[in-house]
Design a protein around this ligand. Structure first.
Ligand code: ATP
Length: 235
């Protein structure tokens, strides 16, 4: 397993947002965490990324505990996190936003290797290098946020609702980019409100409800399960 989350609980002002959550992600997998608004999906990713401090439980990455480490050290170990609000630098150019991603990378410097891979994935970004990030469309901003995360050369990429607020055509583009990123050897933990779409690219899925995991299994099994289809896929 590349990532193991064991009995993780995180609270805000004493109120538990996730409770006793355990999940694992094997090298090379795409794993989806689905669930309604407020189920705790973002809190789970923030707790893994070192943005929120869990109250209990463990996060083990590549055999070593990382819970309690500050976010930049977690990035340095090979976990990149694209938050829901993307956290781009709106007044900086596309090129500078990407450069900042590379700045966070602490391994062997490799000239423009990662940059070329980002351009191959999202050719639109190459066309818009001098443009300020704020002037990009929602979909392009998402591409830039993913591109910047890839500049840190992650082994695990965590994405928080990359399809949110994006027109359908670009959602397809982003989902197929996620598959390409995985094919290049990066493991993916994807948070999505929409289970149906994400099951189409995932190997396995977990469903969170009010802070607890209520369901897990291989994507194909969940897709065919009559109860899941009724309760979670609206079929
Ligand atoms: P969404 O899809 O709406 O982002 P989510 O599944 O990602 O939902 P979280 O954002 O993790 O859910 O929120 C889980 C719970 O924790 C919610 O009840 C939310 O109101 C609460 N919460 C989240 N962030 C904070 C915070 N900074 N302070 C207090 N409560 C918070």
């Amino acid at each position: 397993m590349l990532l193991e989350v064991r009995s993780l609980s995180t609270a805000y002002q004493g109120l538990l947002a996730i409770q006793d959550v355990s999940l694992s992600v094997a090298k090379g997998e795409i794993v989806v965490v689905a669930g309604a608004n407020g189920a705790g999906k973002s809190t789970l990713l923030k707790s893994i990324a070192g943005m929120e401090r869990p109250r209990a439980g463990e996060v083990v990455f590549d055999g070593a505990r990382i819970d309690g480490l500050p976010g930049h050290l977690i990035t340095a170990r090979g976990i990149a996190y694209v938050p829901e609000n993307k956290r781009l630098f709106p007044r900086l150019s596309v090129a500078d936003n990407l450069r900042l991603g590379r700045y966070l990378y602490r391994g062997e410097p490799d000239a423009d290797g990662p940059l070329e891979r980002v351009f191959a994935l999202f050719p639109r970004l190459k066309e818009r290098l001098p443009q300020r990030a704020a002037t990009l469309s929602g979909g392009e901003q998402q591409m830039l946020a993913i591109g910047r995360a890839l500049m840190t050369r992650p082994r695990l990429l965590m994405l928080d609702e990359p399809s949110q607020g994006i027109m359908p055509k670009l959602v397809d583009e982003i989902f197929s980019a996620i598959e390409t990123i995985r094919a290049a050897g990066v493991t993916i933990l994807l948070v999505e409100q929409r289970l149906a779409e994400s099951l189409s690219i995932a190997d396995r899925a977990y469903v969170l409800q009010t802070g607890r995991l209520i369901l897990t299994g291989p994507a194909a099994t969940l897709r065919d399960d009559p109860e899941v289809r009724r309760a979670h896929l609206g079929i």
